[in-house]
Design a protein around this ligand. Sequence first.
Ligand SMILES: [Zn+2]
Length: 263
Amino acid sequence: MFWKLCLTVALFMAAPSACVTLQSPAPLAAAYPGWFSADDHALTWADGEVMPLDDGRIFKSFADKLLSADLDDQLSLPYPAGSSFPLPKTDQDPGRLRFMPFFKKMYGATEQDVREKLVTVRWLPNSADVPLLVTTVNGVNKSLEAISAEIEELSPETKACALRPAGTFCWRPIAGTDRLSPHSFGIALDLDVEWSQYWRWDLDGDKKKMEYANRIPLEIVEIFERHGFIWGGKWYHYDTMHFEYRPELLGKRLERLPKGAAQ
Ligand SMILES: [Zn+2]
């Protein structure tokens, strides 16, 4: 009887793993051409390193995923591109789940590695002319130059929130955590803090609660998205100043661009 019980328990515990469906790695392969080949289980990088899509952990809370996402988690939350999007539901933060070894492999594993690939982009040269350090990897600097050129064409009222960007590259942890920020890789840009809402300011400040609001014009959001950047204003844990180069979450948007435009 006892062995039957053990077998039943073992089968019950084993069952979920047999039913787990992994995210397709196709968006990664399409967004980052030339870096790796992908099959249903792993990425194989050009130098032979293999990165499994799944870490084998079945029951991960949202906090677990934030702390130690795998590639499957990274692709698991769909990003709602475009000006029409629903208010994010609890923990719907597409883009905040990041498999760190993936970013370190691509952009640099140490501050020095990352710095060697940075260049200065003159942001809004006709109206603000702010030097911003960004990576050349994946042509992120070219994308940001194209974004800057498009924002320059907007009305003074619309582009006011972009005149004093708060920063790009900075090798640092995310505020309140010891997880490395995407700013560490030179792939993220914060617009003017005076125009921004950040969940942590609301929760830790006088309000003591999160209250979604946004003052960043969606015209600007759309420009960033067309060039491969996601926006923190579409997160439940909102960060409306934050834009980050994550083309794997914008697959359908990028398909509409001319070939090579996303680079
Ligand atoms: Zn940021």
